[in-house]
Design a protein around this ligand. Structure first.
Ligand SMILES: *Cc1c(COP(=O)(O)O)cnc(C)c1O
Length: 384
């Protein structure tokens, strides 16, 4: 496998911010599943779980139908009561916050550090109460949070750590892969994440008891282990032991994920190249502040910069006119109408939400694409 994709015949315009990469490997993998007629959960699902287990070094990996499903199940396994609280940064996608509410708890919004966009542990400490049950750090853009500090905070207080690692599959922290760092880690394999299953996710844990409780939640509460104990000569038996959802990863999606895993190092290497080129090209722009990157431990999901001269929105219009898509990751959750009752002032998050912009970053970008983005950004301030 070479590090370079073949590239599309014509340039992709407008240039998207994210884009999955597929070639004949994926096409063949999907065709194989269709020919087998076994498209639902099956042998490839288990193969995919084993592959993830090898990469992240967790004892148990449960694949799921999405990252949101993974978060939902992980939170549900905590048996949260009304009034229980989960610490979560506001500067994240709506999925983790919504799942906290769906699981019956209160999201307690925390501020982030302006140089990393990751949860501010000091603010989390200040927001903790006797109702705090869990903390949900999000590895923004793929950059790992300070997990030693978070685990050291959570352990003595009896909180569960649930990492929203939707952006950070393939990242590591102090030499240890994300997925092996805390109680529970949730990954997403949606179409724009570091690798994709089309839709998919996973929960990682080293805890046998937690894994045992999670299993039936994935399949409407059915425990197949029960009939396995009865004996394989009567495999038509099953027991519904609890409530649950239909959150399984299908063979069709697992086949896609397995094909993508073979390209993990190529994906990472190309994204690193592009991030370095961008950072170099923007370093001298006074109105742009680059966040802390730590590429050695990061599988970059998005490329985000801060625009500090108050002209972020005008820059975005300028980029759009030049066929360069851009977006805002994310509109803070504490400002969203659905979470109004949990609102509190979060000064850093609110300022960042006016400054951040996400630029195109994906494996298939050509050198011309990278140059187009750099020119489009620089020309905004040079007036060219
Ligand atoms: C994508 C994402 C999710 C949800 O994952 P899905 O697979 O799309 O359900 C959760 N959290 C964050 C931070 C995400 O970016």
């Amino acid at each position: 496998m070479t590090g370079k994709p073949k590239g599309p015949a014509a340039p992709i315009r407008p240039l998207p911010t994210h884009r999955p990469y597929f070639d004949s490997t994926e096409v063949d993998a999907i065709a194989g599943v269709l020919e087998s007629r076994w498209v639902g959960k099956g042998a490839l699902t288990e193969e995919f779980e084993a592959a993830i287990r090898d990469i992240v070094g967790a004892k148990h990996v449960l694949s799921t139908s999405s990252g949101t499903a993974a978060l939902h199940m992980a939170l549900d396994a905590l048996d949260l009561r009304p009034g229980d609280e989960v610490l979560v940064p506001s500067l994240t996608y709506a999925a983790p916050v919504t799942m906290i509410v769906v699981a019956g708890a209160r999201p307690v919004f925390c501020d982030v550090r302006e140089e990393t966009f990751n949860i501010d542990v000091k603010d989390a400490i200040a927001r903790a109460t006797h109702r705090t049950r869990a903390i949900m750090p999000v590895h923004y853009g793929g950059l790992p949070c300070d997990m030693d500090a978070i685990v050291d905070l959570a352990r003595p207080r009896g909180w569960t750590v649930i990492e929203d690692a939707a952006h950070a599959f393939g990242s590591s922290y102090r030499g240890r892969p994300v997925g092996s760092l805390s109680d529970l880690t949730c990954f997403s394999f949606d179409p724009i994440k570091n690798i994709t299953c089309g839709t998919g996710g996973a929960i990682c844990t080293d805890d046998d008891e937690v894994a045992r409780r999670l299993l039936p939640l994935r399949n409407v509460g059915i425990d197949f282990g029960t009939w396995r104990r009865i004996g394989d000569d009567s495999p038509w038996h099953y027991h519904v032991v609890t409530h649950g959802w239909r959150y399984e990863l299908h063979n069709l999606n697992a086949a896609l994920g397995l094909a993508q895993l073979r390209r993990l190092d190529d994906y990472r290497a190309r994204k690193h190249q592009i991030v370095r080129q961008y950072d170099e090209a923007f370093a001298d722009l006074e109105a742009i502040a680059l966040p802390h990157r730590d590429l050695d431990s990061t599988f970059p999901f998005s490329y985000v910069v801060r625009v500090t001269d108050g002209r972020r929105d005008r820059l975005m219009t300028h980029l759009k006119e030049r066929q360069v898509d851009c977006t805002i990751q994310f509109h803070p959750n504490h400002m969203q109408p659905a979470f109004a009752e949990f609102r509190r002032p979060l000064p850093v998050t609110e300022r960042l939400s006016r400054e951040i912009v996400t630029l195109p970053l994906f494996f298939e970008m050509t050198d011309d694409d990278v140059a187009l983005v750099i020119d489009a950004v620089r020309s905004f301030w040079s007036g060219a």
